[in-house]
Design a protein around this ligand. Sequence first.
Ligand code: ATP
Ligand code: MG
Length: 334
Amino acid sequence: MYNITLIPGDGIGPEVTMAARKIIDATGIDVKWEIVNAGANVYEKKGVLVPDEVYTSIEKNKVVLKGPITTPIGCGFRSINVLLRKKYDLFANIRPVKKIKGIDTPFENINLTIFRENTEGLYSGIEKKETEGAAQAIKVITKKASLRIIKEAFDYAKENSKKKVAVVHKANIMKLTDGLFLECAREVSKEYPDIELQEVIVDNMCMQLVMNPEKYEVIVTTNLYGDILSDLCAGLVGGLGLVPGANIGKGIAVFEAVHGSAPDIAGKNIANPTAVILSGAMMLNYLGEKEKSDLIIDAVQRTIEEGKYITKDLGGISTTSEMTKAIIEKISKK
Ligand code: ATP
Ligand code: MG
């Protein structure tokens, strides 16, 4: 039996995490879900953003499935997501982006994984207003954090028989910060002689990804570039509703979709649950349940390919619950 913390989150979070939970349960795996909530919802009701029970649950269960959390302006916090990543040192944000059959995309063979450094860079939180007319943010790059995310990317490449890792940077301009990140990539790559290191400047990478995304297998980059490239890559395969993610540290892992709380479509039962469902599949894989993970991925793919029960963002007319039901039926028939 697995004990897993479930954080429904804000906006479409409760709808899509509920879908993922049902689907994971449908695989027959024995999960005891501990549901605790954080974010704007909780703040409105209790006046706290992250109740203590959330931390207790995460520290006890160590594995979390999480919906998007909104941080209200003026509550004294910058971002709950960033706070959790820092508190638990979830240094690796991993986002696999893969072409799904049945979705019309400009490219056929997109299959890449983004490794985004998750704890520093321009998200260091050091930002200040100098005068009325000037503000500054500090970008922090350390050798320690750079080496560990880059190693994670290379290990993944090795384990999955990938031949190339692209390091994305802007070291030509930010010579010290991005320069250090690039140095670290060169250093790590020496330990992996069978894997080619591609060095790509971030602006060029944006163009390359929309023209030749098939050239890339693994991308490793700093925090902000990783954020931006993830959304770009999500767009290449059919949108934010499809791309899952994992935040991994030493011993604690939080699985969540790339998308946000999507307030524009919240509460309408029309959000695409795929991204959180696939995040759930990544979670099962992390737990060593590869067979069940593949079962979910296969059911999601077949549902989308069939095209009968898909949400509006994918060109369909089904609700979140109808799509979820269709996926569950495919799992049950296996
Ligand atoms: P955040 O600041 O929380 O990252 P955001 O402003 O980046 O949020 P998202 O919530 O990620 O915005 O949504 C961006 C757009 O994508 C919205 O129009 C939203 O409706 C759409 N979108 C996001 N997730 C989904 C989904 N699961 N299904 C359908 N549409 C989605
Ligand atoms: Mg966003």
